[in-house]
Structures are given as structure tokens and as C-alpha cells.
Design a protein around this ligand. Structure first.
Ligand code: ADP
Ligand code: MG
Length: 575
């Protein structure tokens, strides 16, 4: 790959590099000559974490450095791949054309917009959380008991999506754990995302296994220390007093040794610990009776003295999917635990989810409640600005970009995730169009793109019957029917079901499915009165018709629905 001035560029990082000093990435040290013709150039830097990823190609003239150990494996991998790819003859492919055909050159030549895109991704945990001080301080005030060896009250956190609940809870838990290590108090935090881990079995199994793992590590380290003690007992001339060795500087080992009278006592303890270790039996992901999983978790957590904070994020999903048994069992554990105490922190997007809880669970879980209100546009601007400073090159944004992202996201119930997605997508769109600046139009395009992605995702995950109902509405719209009524939808729906061999639901169920599509924002339905003929629903599609149709047709469960269209068409033609 060559740059404007004829210099060659590292294929990984776009750094200019002298081909003679840099080593080709894909050329194995002792590998096949065939791959050498790939003409890759190596700037000499290990790229697992190259600071210049997506960086400027105009100036960087990184000198070749000695090959790092981490890079040493790479040629082997390249050679292995070449050994298996017998179909492709790189020599022929590449010798035809001396240089690349410029597939990437234009993209690399434009001035990059992002400095560090990761900062805008949902997986990034920010170190600063503006406008969440109150909530973070309240959590800390409640959880500080854990550092004093007391059981903190259970906490319930509420707030709509994107209001910073997860980010704040994770921040607080990191602080709690690091402070507990600093002061050497046994306090642990376990985080579980109940959207993923959504049954009682899985929650308890995951907790049990985490504690089993921690217990194992603890036991193994104790055994190791005891073995050192035993060695000292055995090597000293005065076995009855191994603590008195003048050159014994290891304070910890000495104080541990002081707990034992003789080597036999140490051996006994090691045997006991090894027996404990052998008993630790991880819970399989399915198959055990729930009672057994529960008691395994119980024993694992109670193995030694500690305060445990269990964070159940998206707790509403757990209750929705599997009821409140898990919470009931967890919340009454403290009365039976001997050594340890647990405290539960539940995080919910749904403000009403406690309505579905057993009153005992509700009162125990909600000892303390913290609300995360939606951000307003000004707060979102601050949050975006903080991230933008790190994420983008300076001067990469026009001044209206952040306010517009903030305004769009504020309309969307003050969702910081949406604001960050908008900003990142706007940046990506600008980058793709090789613009030097992110401008208002990119934000508007990003808004449309995200909205369309959302629709596609919602439609894609609809149950099959809802998809057939939606397809009926689309067919009606495509045939110019406006203000479609339930009866019309039902007629087409029935016909479609017969053609593709699907069960036919009653008109009443179909009306329910239409209401669900309405709630999801896919159709817009209004109830209209037909005088003495009663009432009916009239609806229109509120999503882009072609994209929605394409998503429906990509579902294999809908079989040949596309080929059914002519029948429906014929029906209109006959009308
Ligand atoms: P929730 O759990 O309430 O749905 P998250 O904590 O996941 O929301 O936040 C959504 C996104 O917004 C995350 O990327 C998070 O880092 C970011 N975010 C939320 N609040 C703030 C804040 N006050 N400061 C910085 N980033 C924030
Ligand atoms: Mg969350």
C-alpha cells in the first residue's frame, strides 16, 4: 500500500514505514515464500493495541522496532492458514497487479474523525458520570455498612432505559470492592444481568459457581501458605517454635504458623482443606433440582465470613419470565446464614414491576428505593460533551451536532444510550461519506437509521402469527386501502394462513395482535364507532413499508408467503 508521496504503509495501522526496515505482517519468519507476495508492510509495532488504529496516514513515520514477543506468533498463524487454503494462489492473484487497486486508499486518505470510538460504545464504562452524583452518593451511603461488617439494606433502583442505572451501579460496585480490598474487609459484589440469566435456576447456579470459584481460589491459596508453614516446621531445628526463626521476615506466614502447635496440626488442616476442595462441585447449567442448586449456593456463600452484595440488573425481566421465587428465596436467606450476609440490589427499567411481587418480597426488596430520572437535553449535552472530547479528533464536530443529538434523545425519554448511539452513528456516517466534519445532516441521517434499525429488530422478533397479521396489513396498504379495518385484515389474514398452512386464530385474537402492533408503534390504530353496527378499529402502517415487508419475507417460518400475494391480488382485482 502506498501513500501520496510513494511511501509504503503498514497494512494494520496506516503508519508509513520503510519496507526494508519494517517486516511484512503476513510474511512468516521461516514461512512459505508464496505469502511473501502479499506485499504487506509492517511498521514494527505490535497491533493488538495500536494507538493509531484508524489513525492518520499522512505523518506517522514510526521507525521499525524489534519484533515484540507478542507478534512472534503471528507468522505461524499466517503459515497455518496458507497451508490449508489450497484453492487460492496468492502468487497469481497478486503478481498480476504490482500494487493494490486502491480499495482502501481513499478511505485511509480522508482525515479520520474518530480518535477513540470505543468510548461511545455501550460496553464502555465511563469514569465520570455527570448528573448522577445524588444517586451514586445514596447508593454509597447505604452500602458503606458492608465495609463495617454490617448487612446493608436491600436497594431497589428504578429508571427508564439509558438513565445511567447500570453504569452507576457498576461504578459503585467497583469502588466498594476496591475499598474493601484496601481495608481488608471481606465484602464482595456479584453482578448478574437478568435479561441474560433469566430463571431461578440460572441465577442461583451462576451465583453458586461464582462463589465456588472464589472459595476454590481461597482454599488453594491457604493450602499453599500452609505448605510453606509445614516446610518451615520441618526444616527448623526447633520444630516446636517455628515462629522464632530470626531470618523469617514473612509476617503473614509467621502469624499463620503461630496458630499451629506442630506439623501434625498443619497436616490435619491441609487434609481438611483438601477435603473441602474435593467437595466443591460446580452446578451444571441444567439438570439439578432447584433445591440442590439453592443449597449449593447457600453453602458456597456461607463458607466463610463476608458481606455479599448481589446486583440483579434488569430484575423486572427475571420476574416477568420466572416470577418472584428467586427474590423470595434470596431475601430470606440472611435469617439462615451463619457466617455471611447478603444484600440485594435490584435494578429495574419498569417502574411498576413490584406490583407483581409477593408483598413480603416487595417490602424486603424495597427497603431503600432510588429513582433515576430521565436526563433533560442540557444534561445529555454535558454527558455527550464529556465523551466527545475523548472520542473525536478536535474540531471534528460542528457546534450544532451535540445539541441536536441531545435534543433527539431527550424526546426519547432522556435516554443517554440513545444520545451516544446517535453521536457514534453520525460519526460513522460522516466517516463513510469521507466528510471531514460531522454535521447536522449526519445526525439526522443517524436518527433515521437508528429508527429503522429499531423497527427492523422489532419486526424481526415478532411471533409468527403477528407477522402474518402485519403482512396482511402491508398487503392491504400496497393495494391502496387506507384506514384499514379489522375485518379486512382478518379476511386477508385467514387467506394467508390457509395458503401457508398456519393455524387460523379467531378474529378476537387477531384484534389483540393488532393492539400489540399498535403498542409497539408498528401500526397506528384508532377505534371508530360505526353507529348501530358497533365499533371497529381502523389502522394504518406507521413504519416504512418496503423495509418491513423485506424483514417479514426473510422469515423462513412464513414459508412461501411471498408467492401467496397473487391470490390476494386477485381478490382485490375481483372486488
Ligand atoms: P440504564 O442501565 O439505565 O439503561 P446505562 O447505565 O446502561 O443505562 O447507560 C446507558 C449509556 O449511557 C451507557 O453507555 C452509559 O455509559 C451512558 N451514561 C448514562 N448516564 C451517564 C452519565 N451520567 N454520564 C456518562 N455516561 C452516562
Ligand atoms: Mg441497564
Amino acid at each position: 500500500m502506498t501513500g501520496p508521496k510513494g511511501e509504503r504503509f503498514c497494512t494494520r495501522c496506516a503508519s508509513a514505514s520503510s519496507a526494508s526496515s519494517g517486516r511484512p505482517h503476513a510474511t512468516p519468519t521461516n514461512g512459505t515464500p508464496r505469502l511473501r507476495s502479499l506485499r504487506s508492510v509492517w511498521c514494527g509495532t505490535y497491533h493488538g493495541f495500536h494507538p493509531k488504529q484508524g489513525g492518520s496516514m499522512t505523518k506517522d513515520t514510526t521507525d521499525s522496532e524489534p519484533e515484540s514477543a507478542a507478534d512472534a506468533d503471528e507468522p505461524t498463524a499466517a503459515r497455518d492458514r496458507s497451508a490449508t487454503s489450497t484453492d487460492l494462489d496468492f502468487d497469481t492473484v497478486l503478481d498480476d497487479e504490482e500494487e493494490s487497486q486502491g480499495l482502501f486508499d481513499d478511505l485511509l486518505a480522508s482525515e479520520p474523525i474518530f480518535e477513540n470510538k470505543e468510548v461511545l460504545r455501550p460496553s464502555y464504562t465511563p469514569h465520570e458520570l455527570p448528573h448522577r452524583n445524588d444517586q451514586i452518593n445514596r447508593m454509597a451511603t447505604i452500602l458503606v455498612s458492608a465495609l463495617r461488617g454490617d448487612t446493608p439494606s436491600n436497594i431497589l433502583i428504578y429508571g427508564k432505559t439509558g438513565t445511567g442505572k447500570t453504569a452507576s451501579a457498576k461504578f459503585v460496585s467497583q469502588e466498594l470492592e476496591s475499598t474493601s480490598q484496601k481495608y481488608d474487609v471481606p465484602c464482595e459484589v456479584e453482578y448478574i444481568n437478568c435479561e441474560v440469566t433469566d430463571t431461578q435456576y440460572r441465577v442461583l447456579a451462576q451465583l453458586a459457581n461464582k462463589f465456588i470459584e472464589k472459595n476454590e481460589a481461597r482454599i488453594e491459596s491457604k493450602i499453599e501458605r500452609l505448605e510453606t508453614v509445614r516446610d518451615r516446621f520441618q526444616s527448623t531445628d526447633t520444630p516446636s517454635d517455628p515462629t522464632g526463626e530470626p531470618d523469617d521476615t514473612d509476617e503473614e506466614i509467621r502469624s499463620l504458623a503461630a496458630e499451629y502447635d506442630d506439623v501434625a496440626a498443619v497436616d490435619d488442616e491441609i487434609d481438611e482443606l483438601e477435603a473441602d476442595l474435593a467437595e466443591l462441585d460446580p452446578v451444571p447449567m441444567t439438570g439439578w433440582p432447584t433445591d440442590r442448586v439453592y443449597s449449593t449456593f447457600f453453602e458456597a456463600v456461607d463458607y466463610h465470613e463476608r458481606v455479599v452484595v448481589i446486583m440483579l440488573d434488569e430484575i423486572d425481566k427475571l420476574v416477568e419470565k420466572s416470577g418472584d421465587d428467586t427474590l423470595y428465596n434470596l431475601s430470606r436467606m440472611n435469617s439462615e446464614l451463619t457466617n455471611s450476609r447478603i444484600s440485594i440490589m435490584g435494578i429495574s427499567n419498569d417502574l411498576k414491576f413490584t406490583d407483581f411481587l409477593d408483598p413480603r418480597v416487595k417490602s424486603s426488596l424495597g427497603e431503600e428505593e432510588i429513582v433515576f430520572p430521565p436526563y433533560d437535553a442540557t444534561q445529555l449535552r454535558d454527558i455527550l460533551q464529556h465523551r466527545a472530547d475523548v472520542a473525536f479528533k478536535s474540531e471534528a464536530l460542528t457546534s450544532d451536532v451535540i445539541p441536536l443529538c441531545a435534543a433527539f434523545a431527550a424526546q426519547e425519554h432522556g435516554d443517554a444510550r440513545r444520545a451516544l448511539d446517535l453521536l457514534r452513528t453520525a460519526g460513522e456516517l460522516a466517516e463513510r461519506s469521507q466528510a471531514d466534519l460531522i454535521e447536522e445532516t449526519h445526525v439526522r441521517q443517524a436518527q433515521d437509521k437508528i429508527e429503522l434499525d429499531r423497527v427492523v429488530e422489532v419486526v424481526r422478533t415478532l411471533p409468527t402469527q403477528s407477522k402474518i397479521v402485519l403482512f396482511s396489513i402491508i398487503l392491504l396498504e400496497k393495494n391502496g386501502v387506507h384506514n384499514i379495518n379489522t375485518g379486512e385484515v382478518f379476511n386477508i389474514y385467514k387467506r394467508l394462513c390457509e395458503e401457508i398452512d398456519a393455524d387460523v386464530l379467531t378474529q378476537r385474537r387477531v384484534t389483540d395482535l393488532i393492539s400489540e402492533l399498535d403498542m409497539l408503534g408498528i401500526v397506528n390504530a384508532v377505534v371508530v364507532s360505526k353507529g348501530r353496527y358497533g365499533r371497529t378499529k381502523e389502522m394504518n402502517l406507521s413504519v416504512p413499508i418496503d423495509e418491513t415487508e423485506a424483514v417479514l419475507l426473510s422469515d423462513s417460518r412464513l414459508g412461501d408467503i411471498e408467492n401467496v400475494q397473487p391470490f390476494v391480488q386477485a381478490r382485490f382485482d375481483n372486488d
